[in-house]
Design a protein around this ligand. Structure first.
Ligand code: ADP
Length: 618
C-alpha cells in the first residue's frame, strides 16, 4: 500500500465519492435515506422502552403507559413502512448501477485523446483498474459499498453519544465510598473517555493491518483474474482449435485460488477475533460503569436500559467507522489508478469554429507539407506529405506495409495532429474547428470493423430509431438488396445467432458490404475505406468496384488498398513509401513510368492474378 498523508487520503476519498455521486447520484441518495431510516428505529425503540420501564417501575400511571405504548407501536410501524419504501427505491436504482458504472468507463474512454488508446502504458493502467474492480471491487465499488456502514457507524456514534451525555451529568447519591464513591469525580469520566479513545485506536490499527495483508494476498490473484478475462474474450474457434483452455488451466493452476481465499480468510478471522475480544472488554467496562451508577442511584432502571443500549451501539459505531475508513484508505491504491486514468491530459488543441454545413458537400481538404512522428517514437511515419482531396474525387492510397497509409487517415480524421505542417479544410487549419463537428465529416470502414448481434438495420444505422428507407437504400447500394428481400424479417433480422434463433450468419464479403452500408448511412462527405475488399472474393470485389461510382455518389472516397487491380477505377493513385508520397497519378500514368514503384508492384501482382486464373497453385 502506498504511503499517503491523512490529508491526501481524505481528499482522495472525497474525490471518489464526488465521482460516485456523479455516476449513481439517485442510488446513493436513496442509500443514504435507507441508512438514516435504519438508524432511527433502534434509538426510537430504546428511548421508548426506557420511558415505559421507568413508568412501570415508578409512577405507574396507566393512562400514560397506554399512551407510551401507542406511540411506540405506531412510531415503529411508520418507521417500518418508511424503511420498506426506501429500500424498494434502493433496489430499483441499484439494479441499474452496474450498467451505469460500465457506461462511465466507456464514456471516459471515448472522450479520451486517441493517442492514449494506443499507448501501452494506458492499456496496462486500464487492465489494472479492471483487475482490481473485478477481484475485490477496488475503486468506485468499494466506495459505494462502504457508504452504508460509514453512515450507519457515524450515525450510531453521534446518536448514542447524544443520548449518553446525561449519563456523565447525573450524579450518584452522596454517601457512597470506595470505587462507587469515585463515580462522581472527573477521574471516572476521563478513565471512560480514555478507554473509548483506546478502542478507536485499536479498531483503526487492526483494520489497517488486516486490509493491508488481505490486499497483498489478492494482488497476485488480480493478475490471474485479468488473464482469465482475456480467456473469456478468446472463446470461439481459435480457443477450440489451439486448445487455449489448456493454457488457461495451467496458468490458473499457478495461482491456486482457494489458497488465496484461505489466506485472506485467515487474516480476516485473526483480526476480526482480536477486535471482537477488545469490543467485549470495552462493553464490559462500560456496562460496569453504567450499572454502578444505576446501583448508586444516579438514574432509574429505564435509563439503565437506555444507557446500556446506547453504550453498546457507540462501541459498534466506532468499530464500523474504523473498519469502513480502513477499507476506504486501502482502496485509495486502486482509486489512484483510476484517477490517473481520468486525469490523462488532453493536449489536443480544441478549436471553437463550427464546420460550415454545406448541402453541396463542397469540402476540400489539403495536407500542406505534413510530417508526423508518433508520440514516444523517434521515426517519422509521414514525411513532407502535400496533397489535396477534391470534392467527389476517388483516391487510392497504395504502398507496402508500414509505408504510412493508415497514419495518413488517422491524421485526416484528427486522431492525431501533424508534428510539422498543416491540414486545411476549405483553407482553414483543421485544429481551429470543433473536433466533434470536424470528425462528423468522415466515415471510415476500418480493416477490423465490428458488426454486432443486433438487427441488420441497427448495424447499418447505429440507431434505435432508424430511417427505414435510408437503411434499405444503403443496403441496395452495396448490393445486399436482394439478399435482404429474401429474409422473412428483412432488415429487422438479427445478425448472428448469439441471442436469437432466427438470426442469420453472413459471409465475410457480405459483412464487409454491411460495414460499407453503415459508412454510407452516416452520410459523411468523406468516406475512407481501409482495405475495403480484403475479405471479398474476386467476383464480389469486381461487383463492388464496378458500382463504386454509383455507391459513393458525390462523396469524396479514399481507399487504402493492397490490391492494385482495385485502384484502377480511381481518379488518382498516391503511392506511399517510407512515409512519403513517391508517385501520384492515374493508373495509366503510373503504369507508364518505367522505373516507378507502382509499375513494379503492378507487375508482381498481375503475375499473381495470372497464376490464379491458370488454376495453378498460389
Ligand atoms: P501502413 O498503413 O502503410 O501499413 P502505418 O501508417 O500503419 O503503415 O505505419 C507507418 C509507420 O508508423 C510504421 O513504421 C509503423 O510502425 C509506425 N506506427 C504505426 N502506428 C504506430 C503507433 N501507434 N506508434 C508508433 N509507431 C506507429
Amino acid at each position: 500500500m502506498s504511503k499517503r498523508t491523512i490529508k491526501e487520503n481524505i481528499s482522495m476519498i472525497l474525490r471518489g465519492y464526488r465521482l460516485v455521486f456523479q455516476i449513481l447520484g439517485r442510488y446513493m441518495a436513496w442509500n443514504i435515506a435507507a441508512c438514516l431510516c435504519g438508524l432511527i428505529a433502534p434509538y426510537f425503540s430504546l428511548s421508548m422502552s426506557s420511558l415505559v420501564i421507568n413508568e412501570l417501575a415508578y409512577s405507574r400511571d396507566a393512562k400514560r403507559l397506554l399512551w407510551l405504548a401507542g406511540v411506540t407501536v405506531s412510531g415503529l410501524f411508520l418507521l417500518n413502512v418508511l424503511n420498506r419504501l426506501v429500500s424498494g427505491r434502493v433496489n430499483v436504482y441499484g439494479s441499474d448501477s452496474w450498467r451505469r458504472d460500465l457506461l462511465f468507463y466507456m464514456q471516459e474512454q471515448n472522450r479520451m485523446q486517441y493517442d492514449h488508446l494506443e499507448n501501452p502504458e494506458v492499456t496496462l493502467l486500464r487492465e489494472k483498474i479492471f483487475a482490481a474492480k473485478n477481484a475485490t471491487g477496488g475503486g468506485l465499488q468499494v466506495l459505494f459499498w462502504m457508504l452504508p456502514p460509514l453512515i450507519t457507524g457515524i450515525g450510531n456514534v453521534v446518536c448514542s453519544a447524544a443520548l449518553t451525555v446525561s449519563l456523565f451529568r447525573l450524579r450518584v447519591q452522596e454517601g457512597y465510598t470506595g470505587l462507587v464513591g469515585l463515580l462522581n469525580s472527573p477521574a471516572a469520566g476521563i478513565g471512560i473517555l480514555t478507554l473509548i479513545i483506546l478502542n478507536t485506536v485499536v479498531a483503526v490499527a487492526t483494520v489497517n493491518q488486516e486490509t493491508c495483508k488481505v490486499s497483498k494476498a489478492w494482488q497476485e490473484l488480480a493478475v490471474s483474474n485479468s488473464r482469465y478475462r482475456a480467456f473469456g474474450q478468446a472463446k470461439g474457434q481459435d480457443a477450440s482449435i489451439f486448445d487455449i483452455h489448456r493454457l488457461v488451466l495451467r496458468e490458473q493452476a499457478k495461482y491456486k485460488k482457494p489458497s488465496y481465499m484461505v489466506k485472506s480468510q485467515k487474516i480476516q478471522l485473526h483480526y476480526g477475533m482480536l477486535r471482537m475480544v477488545w469490543d467485549h472488554v470495552m462493553t464490559f467496562a462500560l456496562f460496569v460503569f453504567v450499572a454502578a451508577r444505576a446501583y448508586a442511584g444516579a438514574f432509574g432502571i429505564g435509563s439503565f436500559v437506555l444507557y446500556r443500549g446506547t453504550v453498546a451501539r457507540f462501541i459498534t459505531g466506532v468499530s464500523d467507522v474504523a473498519e469502513a475508513l480502513g477499507r476506504l484508505i486501502q482502496n485509495n491504491d486502486p482509486l489512484s489508478d483510476l484517477f490517473r486514468f481520468l486525469d490523462l491530459p488532453d493536449d489536443q488543441y480544441h478549436g471553437g469554429l463550427s464546420v460550415e454545413k454545406r448541402d453541396d458537400i463542397d469540402y476540400e481538404i489539403e495536407l500542406r507539407d505534413v510530417s508526423f512522428r508518433y508520440p514516444r517514437s523517434e521515426a517519422w511515419a509521414l514525411r513532407h506529405v502535400s496533397v489535396k482531396f477534391k470534392i467527389g474525387e476517388r483516391l487510392a492510397v497504395v504502398g507496402r506495409n508500414g509505408s504510412g497509409k493508415t497514419t495518413l487517415i488517422k491524421l485526416l480524421c484528427r486522431l492525431y495532429d501533424p508534428t510539422e505542417g498543416k491540414i486545411l479544410l476549405n483553407g482553414i487549419d483543421i485544429t481551429r474547428y470543433r473536433l466533434d463537428e470536424y470528425r462528423r465529416l468522415f466515415s471510415v470502414v476500418f480493416q477490423d470493423y465490428k458488426l454486432f448481434s443486433f438487427p441488420i438495420a441497427q448495424n447499418v444505422s447505429a440507431e434505435l430509431a432508424y430511417d427505414r428507407s435510408k437503411v434499405l437504400s444503403c443496403l441496395e447500394r452495396v448490393g445486399l438488396g436482394a439478399r435482404i428481400r429474401e429474409l422473412e424479417r428483412g432488415i429487422e433480422t438479427p445478425l448472428h445467432r448469439d441471442y436469437e434463433n432466427d438470426g442469420i450468419d453472413i459471409s465475410g464479403g457480405e459483412a464487409q458490404k454491411l460495414a460499407i452500408a453503415r459508412a454510407l448511412y452516416k452520410d459523411a462527405p468523406f468516406i475512407v475505406l481501409d482495405e475495403p475488399t480484403a475479405a471479398l472474393d474476386p467476383l464480389a470485389e469486381a461487383e463492388i468496384y464496378s458500382q463504386f461510382n454509383r455507391i459513393m455518389e458525390k462523396k469524396t472516397a479514399i481507399y487504402i488498398s493492397h490490391r492494385l487491380s482495385s485502384c484502377r477505377f480511381c481518379d488518382r493513385i498516391l503511392v506511399f513509401d517510407g512515409g512519403e508520397i513517391i508517385q501520384s497519378g492515374t493508373h495509366e500514368e503510373l503504369l507508364s513510368q518505367e522505373d516507378g514503384r507502382y509499375r513494379e508492384l503492378w507487375k508482381a501482382q498481375a503475375q499473381y492474378y495470372r497464376e490464379e486464373e491458370d488454376g495453378r497453385p498460389r
